[in-house]
Design a protein around this ligand. Structure first.
Ligand code: SRM
Ligand code: SF4
Length: 577
């Protein structure tokens, strides 16, 4: 079918498609908007394009009402997200990010669920300077957001597999291969010479075309038995297959995603399905063709149904396999066996091949100093002496990687001095917790998340202690709205914000991230959350089988039904207690 016809098959195009088309490969009038001193904001259309450059316009929601009352414009500010494939950054880059956080942002850093840094609270007049200083430290923000392939995730712990560096190199290749080709980023932020002359465009985007993708696109690469990147939540996942002590290739999983809209059953979280296997050297070719199928068939009329999962579910997985095989001109092989154990992080020191790696618990990825807990200062002092990497995990934690024997004691001493935590004394629940940013910066938040989950955990830990479950590893996630940035659909216990102080509670995800959970209670506050979890946790403590995880138990005990596919996610559960 003709590409334009395909694009319009679901009805008139969404307005954003026009904005992208007219943007001259993501330039729009961003450069002019940054210069306008009258307002701290940029135009709506430029704001949409700005995402492709790794930044979002936001406003401080804590003071929104007060400013409205004073007839002031909202406290506009910008978030910047870096692109760090596999979460790998250097100590020097950590120090630069720390400095930029103090100089231009709100004095904190957020380690994200896709293994990168975010800074919040940057004023328009400082946006370009911040971007430039990041780039000087060899960090880019290009395509960290927007309708394009984002930061490619990769299993983060170099000690977990001898094949880690090989697999990481493939992830980096995919990330580089799918970068946009436009020079707009370099022109706007880095003052590169313009390559578009007055007669028009000299650029092309061979993979994306002028309107890029219908929606964001996410790729992750996992090395079993660790599923820390939550492979089933990715639009496209590659699962490394190691046989005979050699990387044989990758199983390919397609069509996962977490986002949905409350009350709209046409939107749902979905788990990616494994469709085949390819040799390592085919990985970029496969990724490129998968992305191009989504470019051609994704829904460009309704952004709520535009993610790749809906493209696949609308036509069926067999259609997709045939389409991919025909574009590749060779057939994917049958998937190879693999096994995932968990999607969490393992804390503390581990010995790798030639060096040591230390995983630190960073509550919800927020790096900041508070009275009595100088996390940011402590990590800065480590970065000053550390000669290896800083690796950000998909669970918002941090690995001080490649520590030499000589440096190990020095870093251990700094960890102690600043009371940084390896998480060992924390409950198994807290060690496996993630919360998205939500208030006050996220414009879409319906309820608190990052600021509230630690408070709720304090209270839940009281119950766990009483029930003798302090050490039990249970995956718990909170998101301030159903977009699901903490990947709540895959947690054993999940909370999704509905309104201030109110959450939907979901139970029954698998401990290794391979099964979606199910709605258990709707629109409940803290008291009801604790009251309803208490008997379930006590029953779990008493009646669980040896090694049975909480998510499996709540299904066996009849609290929720097992969800096999996102298509069953909203089905009413007859067995629900
Ligand atoms: Fe997300 C939008 C934060 C990972 C699904 N996400 C947003 C925005 C940009 C809000 C907005 O559009 O105005 C949030 C900015 C908040 C802030 O103040 O910083 C935001 N998302 C985040 C981060 C920072 C959460 C965190 O606490 O770590 C994560 C950044 C990842 C990164 O480094 O790239 C983040 N977002 C995710 C994930 C998890 C993942 O990718 O592994 C998901 C679910 C997976 C998926 O995409 O299906 C996710 N974010 C969304 C969605 C829903 C998309 C959908 O399919 O409907 C939105 C809203 C949208 O796109 O319209 C969104
Ligand atoms: Fe914001 Fe919702 Fe994402 Fe949380 S889940 S960061 S509230 S968009």
């Amino acid at each position: 079918m003709d590409k334009n016809k395909l694009a319009e098959q679901n009805g008139p195009l969404d307005r954003l498609e026009q904005v992208k088309e007219n943007s001259n490969f993501l330039r729009g009038t961003i450069a002019e908007g940054l210069e306008d001193p009258i307002t701290g904001a940029i135009s709506d259309d430029d704001n949409k394009l700005l995402k492709f450059h790794g930044s979002y316009q936001q406003d401080d929601r804590d003071i929104r009402d007060e400013r409205r009352r004073k007839k002031l414009e909202p406290a506009y500010q910008f978030m910047i997200r870096v692109r760090t494939p596999g979460g790998v950054t250097t100590s020097e880059q950590w120090l630069v990010m720390d400095e930029l956080a103090q100089k231009y942002a709100n004095g904190t850093m957020k380690l994200t669920t896709r293994q990168t840094y975010q800074l919040h609270g940057i004023l328009k007049r400082n946006l370009k300077k911040t971007m430039q200083e990041m780039n000087q430290a060899l960090m880019t923000t290009i395509a960290a957001c927007g309708d394009i392939n984002r930061n490619v995730m990769c299993n983060v712990n170099p000690a977990q597999s001898d094949y880690h560096s090989e697999v990481y190199a493939w992830s980096k290749k995919i990330s580089d291969h799918l970068l946009p080709k436009t020079n707009a980023y370099h022109e706007i932020w880095l003052d590169d010479e313009k390559i578009v002359d007055s007669r028009g465009i000299k650029e092309t985007e061979p993979i994306y075309g002028p309107t890029y993708l219908p929606r964001k696109f996410k790729i992750g690469v996992a090395i079993p038995p660790s599923n820390d990147v939550d492979i089933y939540s990715q639009d496209l996942g590659f699962i490394a297959i190691i046989e005979n002590e050699k990387l044989q290739g990758f199983n390919i999983a397609v069509g996962g995603g977490m986002g949905m809209t409350h009350g709209d059953t046409k939107t749902y979280p979905q788990i990616a399905r494994v469709i085949g296997f390819c040799a390592p050297e085919k990985i970029t070719e496969v990724a490129e063709h998968v992305v191009m199928i989504q470019r051609d068939y994704g829904n460009r009329s309704n952004r709520k149904n535009a993610r790749f999962k809906y493209t696949i579910d609308a036509r069926g997985i067999d259609w997709f396999k045939d389409e991919l095989n025909s574009r590749l001109t060779w057939n994917l092989e049958a998937p190879r066996p693999y096994h995932f154990e968990s999607n969490g992080d393992t804390y503390g020191w581990v010995k790798g091949k030639d060096s040591w790696h230390l995983t630190l618990f960073i509550q919800n990825g927020r790096v900041k100093d508070i009275e009595g807990y100088e996390l940011m200062t402590g990590l800065r002092e480590i970065a000053k002496v550390h000669t290896g990497d800083f690796r950000i995990t998909a669970n918002q934690n941090l690995i001080i990687a490649d520590v030499t024997d000589e440096k190990k004691q020095e870093i251990t001493d700094l960890v102690e001095t600043y009371h940084l935590t390896e998480g060992r004394h924390l409950s198994g629940l807290r060690r496996n917790s993630i919360a998205c940013v939500a208030l006050p910066t996220c414009g879409l938040a319906m309820a608190e998340s990052e600021r509230y989950l630690p408070v709720l955990l304090d209270k839940m830990e009281g119950i766990l202690d009483e029930a003798g479950l302090h050490e039990e590893e249970i995956v718990i996630r909170m998101s301030g709205c159903p977009n699901g940035c903490s990947r709540p659909g895959l947690a054993e216990i999940a909370f999704i914000g509905k309104a201030p102080g109110k959450y939907n509670m979901y139970l029954g995800g698998a401990f290794n991230g391979s099964r979606l959970n199910k709605l258990y209670k709707e629109n409940i506050g803290e008291k009801e959350i604790l009251d309803s979890l208490r008997p379930i946790l006590f029953q779990y403590a008493k009646e669980r089988y040896k090694g049975e995880h909480f998510g499996d138990f709540v299904i066996r005990a009849g609290y929720v039904e097992k969800v096999h596919s996102g298509l069953d996610f909203h089905a009413t559960s007859a067995a629900q207690k």
